[in-house]
Design a protein around this ligand. Structure first.
Ligand SMILES: [Zn+2]
Length: 131
C-alpha cells in the first residue's frame, strides 16, 4: 500500500510540489493539484525537509468542533421516566434535547426545572385568565 504512495512522486511532481509549497498553497490544495493524497503531500514535504511557511492560509480542513456542554442533554432515544424531560432548544431543530437530570420523585422534571415549571404556571394562572 505504501508502494502506491511512493511511486506517485516523479521528477515533475516533485518540482511542482516544491513550487506550490513555496507559493504557500495548503496541503489539501497541493494534493488536489498533483492528484495525490494529503498524506502523500505531508509525508513528502516532511521527507524533503521543505521549510515551514508562515502560511497566510488558515488551516481550513479541520472541522470546527464546538466545546462540549457541561450537561449532557438527551435525545428522544435515550430519555426515560427517571430523567428530566424539560425541553432544551427548539423542538423543530435537530439540536433539540431534553435536560436529562434526575427527576424529583413524582414529577417529570429535575428540581431546577420543577421550580421553573411551577413559577411560570403560577404566573400564567394569575396573569392570563383562561376562560
Ligand atoms: Zn431539568
Amino acid at each position: 500500500m505504501t508502494d502506491e504512495v511512493v511511486s506517485v512522486w516523479n521528477e515533475k511532481r516533485l518540482g511542482e510540489l516544491t513550487k506550490l509549497w513555496g507559493q504557500g498553497l495548503s496541503i489539501t490544495q497541493i494534493g488536489l493539484k498533483l492528484g495525490v493524497t494529503r498524506n502523500a503531500v505531508v509525508g513528502k514535504v516532511h521527507r524533503m525537509g521543505l521549510p515551514k511557511r508562515q502560511s497566510p492560509i488558515v488551516r481550513s480542513d479541520k472541522p470546527f468542533e464546538p466545546k462540549r456542554r457541561k450537561l449532557s442533554p438527551l435525545t428522544f432515544a435515550d430519555w426515560d421516566r427517571h430523567k428530566c424531560c424539560w425541553p432544551i432548544g427548539d423542538p423543530r431543530s435537530p439540536d433539540f434535547k431534553f435536560c436529562g437530570d434526575k427527576v424529583v420523585e413524582g414529577r417529570p422534571y429535575c428540581e431546577e426545572h420543577c421550580n421553573q415549571a411551577y413559577t411560570s404556571s403560577n404566573k400564567d394562572e394569575r396573569g392570563n385568565k383562561v376562560a
